[in-house]
Design a protein around this ligand. Structure first.
Ligand code: SAH
Length: 419
């Protein structure tokens, strides 16, 4: 979502101001640091990064801080780093061309509704488009700062979404990634229009776009994975068979303390349903270890879900207390070393699972969409189920979807040959 926000800012700056991207810092007239605040580390990095930019930038170059850290620190950023010219929150991306010319502008409201704003177009990859389907987040997960930085959830009208994808397809994109904090909660609330459309209906609508061949989305929430949605996922040939099912913890009591709205059993049941409807689907997840109160048996529950579901991709994090969140006030915080040990155990076991999953791919044939030229005469692309492939080849492969046989496997990617 941050990458898409950056693309929107680039597009607006191209449309309304004479700015172009540069690779050279000392050439830049405007430096935008688009930030995340979901964990503490990136926030800490922000101020050292500003120091580095100050050292190497042109004296006249402006610096702006945008995104979620901008939303939650606001004016404090300029107080701590007076060289910062403007601060623009994650819910105010469309105002980028206003704030760049306003000394010390701070636009961080979290109730600004830009769900119907028609952003100019810019794609970092011409073959794939990212399209937001909602802004904000309505959940109240006790660990998460996102609702405080991105505001309440508002769905983008489906006609606008279809229009944006149609435009992207006309300029070469065969694949779309639909973005939202909880994509399968789509349609629960619109800004001004009275539309009735849920996520499953949206997927059907989008799949009618001619020339669009692949639909991906992230992230769905396990709580909203009803059967109708999973059946659409399994049966709609344009929907890629890769699904992110964020677990967070395998312990039902911890899930309750996190306010996730599902139990360990519900979660496993949804994953089993996905496997039953669509055995070829790759399931990925997010896990937090060391959430306040996490006991050894709680952690064993998480390990147990890992064994049962055998996630293909795992994004795992040590819990980090965040401002404006309920869990930051919990008194049963976990020792950082214990959390660290648990994280290592989780990740090593997952690595073993991943090795088994990838090794089993030798000789398999996948439809790969080639979208990037690499060094050494190689081209990369993704299979329908999201695996990264490399083949020998040149730019004539770009933009094509071709059958590829796996000739060598590794943990992160597969080498293949085009059949
Ligand atoms: N809307 C998504 C979450 C987006 S944030 C969802 O509900 O799944 C991406 C991931 O960051 C989360 O899934 C979670 O695993 C992690 N995360 C969020 N807050 C965190 C915190 N305080 N400490 C550690 N990890 C966190």
């Amino acid at each position: 979502m941050n990458v898409r926000d950056s693309e929107h800012m680039i597009a607006e700056l191209n449309r309304q101001e004479p700015y172009e991207l540069t690779e050279n810092l000392n050439e830049a007239d405007l430096i935008i640091i688009n930030t995340c605040s979901v964990r503490e580390k990136p926030v800490a990095k922000l101020f050292s990064e500003i120091g580095v930019f100050n050292k190497y930038k042109k004296p006249s170059a402006k610096i702006g801080v945008t995104g979620c850290t901008a939303s939650h620190l606001g004016e404090e950023i300029i107080k701590r780093a007076p060289s910062v010219d403007f601060v623009l929150g994650a819910r105010n991306v469309s105002k980028i061309t206003q704030v760049i010319n306003q000394k010390h502008a701070v636009e961080v409201s979290t109730d600004f509704d830009e769900s119907t704003y028609d952003f100019a177009e810019y794609r970092s990859n011409p073959f794939k488009a990212m399209v937001n389907i909602s802004i904000g987040c309505d959940k109240s997960c006790t660990f998460c700062i996102v609702p405080a930085t991105r505001g309440e959830e508002i769905s983008i009208p489906s006609d606008l979404i279809v229009q944006e994808i149609t435009k992207a397809v006309a300029t070469g994109a065969k694949e779309v990634m639909l973005l939202g904090q909880n994509v399968n909660n789509y349609g629960r609330r619109f800004g001004s229009n009275e539309e009735q459309c849920d996520f499953t209906q949206l997927l059907r609508k989008i799949s009618q776009i001619e020339g669009l061949e692949r639909i991906r989305f992230t992230s769905p929430h396990p709580l909203h994975m009803d059967d109708a949605f999973l059946e659409e996922f399994a049966n709609n040939p344009k929907i890629c068979k890769q699904i992110h099912v964020p677990l967070q913890s395998g312990s039902t009591s911890l899930l309750k303390a996190m306010k996730r709205g599902y139990t360990k059993e519900n979660f496993i049941n949804r994953c089993e349903k996905i496997r039953a409807l669509c055995p070829e689907a790759a399931i990925s997840t997010d896990i937090i270890v060391g959430f306040p109160g996490e006991s050894d048996p709680d952690f064993e529950d998480t390990m147990d879900v890992l064994e049962k579901v055998r996630f293909e991709q795992l994004f795992s994090f040590k819990y980090s207390a965040r401002p404006h969140t309920e869990a930051a006030t919990f008194t049963n915080q976990i020792d950082s070393d214990i959390a660290g040990e648990r994280l290592t155990r989780l990740q090593s076991r997952h690595t073993e699972i991943l090795d088994e999953v990838m090794d089993a791919q030798l000789g398999a044939v996948h439809q790969v969409y080639f979208d990037e030229l690499k060094s050494g005469g190689r081209v990369s692309g993704r299979s329908d189920d999201g695996k990264l492939f490399f083949v020998q080849g040149s730019e004539e492969l770009l933009g094509k979807i071709l059958p590829v046989k796996v000739i060598k496997t590794s943990r992160g990617a597969l080498d293949g040959e085009v059949l």
